[in-house]
Structure formats: C-alpha cells, structure tokens
Design a protein around this ligand. Structure first.
Ligand SMILES: Nc1ncnc2c1ncn2[C@@H]1O[C@H](COP(=O)(O)OP(=O)(O)OP(=O)(O)O)[C@@H](O)[C@H]1O
Length: 347
C-alpha cells in the first residue's frame, strides 16, 4: 500500500527568550536577549499507509500539534525528511492543501456570522472544487452528517456538536485523501461523540480517507484506531495496537464470578486462603465475587477451570483495566520513557 505519511528523523526546535527578573533584567532581555532552545519534536519517524486510521496521543506539550503542523506545511522542520501524499509539506503547501483536510476541535474554519451553507459555498471557491463534485459531495455530507436541520443557521448559534459536524463537512468538501483531526470530540456529549465517530468510520471505510487523530480521549482511539502512537517530550514512545498496550501495562485483570450458592456471601464459601497463588479476592456481594489476578500469574482460562473444579459456577465475566487508567500511568510513571532509557543504555 502507498505511504500517505512518511516521516524520517524529524526534529523541530524553537528558540524562546528567557525572561530575566527586575527592571535591569527587563532591560537586559531587550538589549541582549538570552535564548533557550525547546526541543518540541525529536527524531520522529513514522509511516502511515493510505487508508489507515491512526491515533496520536500524548500529554500536554508532548509535541503532537508541532508534528501535525509540520505535516501540513505550517511549520518548517529543523531537520529530517517529511513527505505527505508524496509532497514535501513546507515546500508544496498549496498543492498539499488541496489533498488534505484539517479539523481543529477548538477552532473553526467556518465564518462565525454566516449561515453554515454560506461558509460551505465560500470554501468551495477557496478550494476550487468543481461544481458537479461540490454538489454531489454536499448532498452526501448533508445526509451523512444530518446538516439540514441547522444548515441555514449562523455558525455562532450552533451547538458544539452541530458546529463540529459543520467543520467536518467543510474539511471534506474537496475530497481530501488525508484528514487531520485535532481533538474532534472535545466537549461533546456521549451521543454527539458517538455520531462523529460513526461518521469517521464511514468515510474511512467508504472513501478510504486516511485519518490521523490527535486526542486526549482514549475512547476515541479505542473506538476508531487499531493503531496508536504515543509521544512524549517530543519522542515517539510507542507505535502499535491499543490491545498490545493493555497487554504490556494493563496490570491486574478482574474476574467476576457468580457462584451457585444459597449462602448469603460467596466469599464465606470460597475460602480466601485456598485461592491459587497470584489471585486475590477483591470483594464479594451475595453470590458474586471479584477476583484480581496478574496476566503473568495465571491465564484466565486456568482460573476459570480452577473455579469450575472447586465450585458450582453460574456466570463468569472479565473486566479489563480501563485504557484511560493505563495511559495515565504511562504518562505519570513514565513507563515507556523508562523503557527507552534502558534501550539507550544498552547501545
Ligand atoms: N511556536 C512555539 N514557540 C515556542 N515553543 C513552542 C511553540 N510551539 C510549541 N512550542 C513548545 O513545543 C513543545 C510541544 O508543544 P505542542 O504544542 O506540539 O504539544 P502538544 O502535544 O500539541 O500539546 P497539547 O496537548 O497541550 O496541545 C511545548 O514545550 C511547547 O511549549
């Protein structure tokens, strides 16, 4: 499959002025500014194939926006190679603009005082979309995003969810091959989020649009992306599946078993001391027990067999750790950063 995004050893640093204190310091800052370098993106390599849907996540200040800005041609890299849809973004920005769509959840490319439909008409001229194509796309997008109920309303009067649907239509009018989405579901309620996710899945599937999403909402990533990238301190820390992250850092899993017992508390018959090694009783409620166990200590099917041999079971379910919690631990405890430092030590 052809590469839509091909980035190799990308770096971006900014020079920022260091503020000195006091009146003399202020004067000195003007006459002889002291500069500090911020390494926003470090040695980033990444390939995204046409038709993929990839989540880009990382804590605040990790370098996500800077990476996207380089991929759209807004920023020039300090060093490294970058190609998007076969073009060098900062050299061929206009050509690239015709091939990509961008949606920022916190900003809008729509005209605030105009009805949504007028913004869409104006964008048609800006992107030079041929009339027939525009008409076909508009009919399709109006239907998919259910725009008709508010298409004649000025953008400033739209709800956040309606505005986001309008912004998605605006970004897709010119049939881009690649769509960058920056926090597309920020501030939306669960129904609006679900609707946006469903739409993204559909255009990815039906049109084959490649989608790169930056988000702080792990539910977006879980619902949409098979592959995710984690960056922190400007470095790529992880490139793989959501399932694999769960596997590596998921910690304890929980098995919930309903015992076939008339005893008021299942815990009283299960005898905590008899539990296999590495399994602990978290809590119990009537015939229901919650058992915590590590991935390494015992495979799930063995725990079920063990329970089956010792007790009459009515039902068994599993609770995976929330991906949100796992990612929080990865940021807070620097779990992936520790891995990288170890690898670097070994070189
Ligand atoms: N124009 C700029 N001038 C100086 N420093 C900048 C500039 N843009 C970004 N930075 C710095 O680069 C680093 C990465 O910022 P970036 O905005 O890419 O992070 P981010 O991952 O998008 O964060 P967030 O999730 O908060 O949007 C930060 O330390 C930021 O302060």
């Amino acid at each position: 499959m052809p590469q839509m995004i091909d980035v190799e050893g990308l770096n971006k640093s900014f020079r920022i002025g260091v503020k000195r204190t006091g009146a003399l310091g202020g004067l000195l800052s003007v006459i002889k500014p002291e500069l500090r370098e911020v390494q926003a993106v470090q040695d980033l390599s990444l390939k995204v194939a046409a038709g993929e849907m990839v989540g880009l996540i990382g804590p605040n200040g990790a370098g996500k926006s800077t990476s996207i800005k380089m991929m759209t041609g807004i920023l020039v890299p300090t060093s490294g190679a970058i190609r998007v849809a076969g073009l060098v973004p900062f050299r061929q920005r206009r050509d690239l603009a015709a091939r990509i769509g961008v949606v920022f959840g916190q900003r809008s490319q729509l005209w605030w005082d105009l009805p949504l439909i007028d913004s869409l008409h104006l964008l048609r001229y800006l992107y030079r979309v041929p009339e027939e194509r525009y008409k076909t796309n508009l009919v399709h997008l109006r239907k998919m995003l259910e725009l008709d109920e508010f298409i004649h309303t000025p953008v400033r009067q739209l709800s956040l969810g309606q505005r986001m649907r309008g912004d998605l239509a605006a970004a897709l009018l010119h049939d881009p091959e690649l769509l960058y989405l920056d926090e597309p579901t920020i501030g939306l309620d669960v129904v609006a989020k679900a609707r946006i996710r469903e739409f993204l899945r559909a255009i990815n599937k039906e049109r084959g649009t490649t989608i790169l999403i930056t988000t702080h909402d792990m539910d977006d990533v879980e619902a949409l992306c098979e592959r995710m990238l984690i960056i922190d301190h400007g470095r790529k820390l992880y490139d793989g599946t959501v399932a694999n992250i769960r596997e590596r850092f998921g910690g304890e899993r929980v098995l919930i078993a309903v015992l076939d017992t008339t005893d008021s508390e299942a815990a009283s018959i299960i005898g905590v001391e008899h539990l296999p090694e590495g399994v602990r009783l978290i809590r119990s409620e009537g015939p229901r027990i919650w058992l915590g166990f590590g991935r390494e200590s015992m495979p799930a099917h063995m725990l079920i067999s063990w329970l089956g041999e010792h007790y009459q079971l009515r039902d068994v379910t599993f609770q995976e750790p929330e991906i949100e919690d796992i990612i929080r631990r990865i940021y807070e405890e620097g779990l992936l950063l520790k891995n990288i430092s170890k690898e670097l030590e070994q070189i």
